[in-house]
Write a protein that binds this ligand. Sequence first.
Ligand SMILES: [Ca+2]
Length: 311
Amino acid sequence: MNYFLPVIIAISAVALSACKSSGGPYAAGNAADQDICLDCGTPRQLVDLPQLENSLFSSNGRLFVSGQSNLYEIHRDGQDYRADTLLPDGSGCSGLTEDKGTLYALCSGSGGPTDFSGLYTMSLDDPLATPEFSYALTGMTLPNGIVATASGLYVTDGPVAVDPKIVHLVIDPTDPTRVLSQSTWLATLPDFPNGIVHTGTSLYVTHYRPGFGGQVTQVVINADGTPGAPENIAPRGIMDDLTVVGDTLIVTDWQNGSLFQIDLEGNLLQETAANIFAQPSSVIIAGPPLFDQVSILVTERYTGDGLWILD
Ligand SMILES: [Ca+2]
């Protein structure tokens, strides 16, 4: 019986820390709504990794980043951080999201290292779980951003898609690792979609149109599941992924190496100085237990080098 005591204590500790972090990106985001200051800190590198694309701070306090070389979980060692690879074959990954205790990651598919059409899933409740291939997306050029909603997953096909679109995946309500169907949800996009988040009844998507700059676009999910007319709310240069913080969005400005915050109507609230990041590709809000306080994390792409904290 002595053998089981440490196991029970360990499980209790996990449950306690999960309770303390209560809600991860969502609770941390809501708590930080009034407290975000984009011009109060300077970037500090947490982990040096090549060509990162996306990031996720899960609702039970785990941190994941994706990049051209692998999918990583970030762990804390005292005041230092390390990245453990999760895919033994070295597949690259792009979009990350979570729902009902499951991590969803878009990773390399049959089209090679820049084809992120493989949907991988992993239980977030089991620290020993590893990502498993669940579904092969079809008819897409570059699956990029992904977000989970009550009505399923939405995936952007961009920024170099032949036919820019947002794809809808219906998930089995009894098995979060099982995709029941894939359909093209919105194909009338004039621009290439990239980052995607969900709040209220809307998706917010970053777009880029070569020669014309970019836009943050709002697309309502109608009650019957169909898309509303896309509405451009914030013109900007080349953007990548974005995150929801309360009733605001924090967006990466890839072109200017910065972050900016807008309300849900697109009004600019604040921004960092330009060029403090190198091609920022995603931004998330993280908190305990990996960080002592609510923190702004940023990944960098081609010319960048890893995961950064703005403090
Ligand atoms: Ca992206």
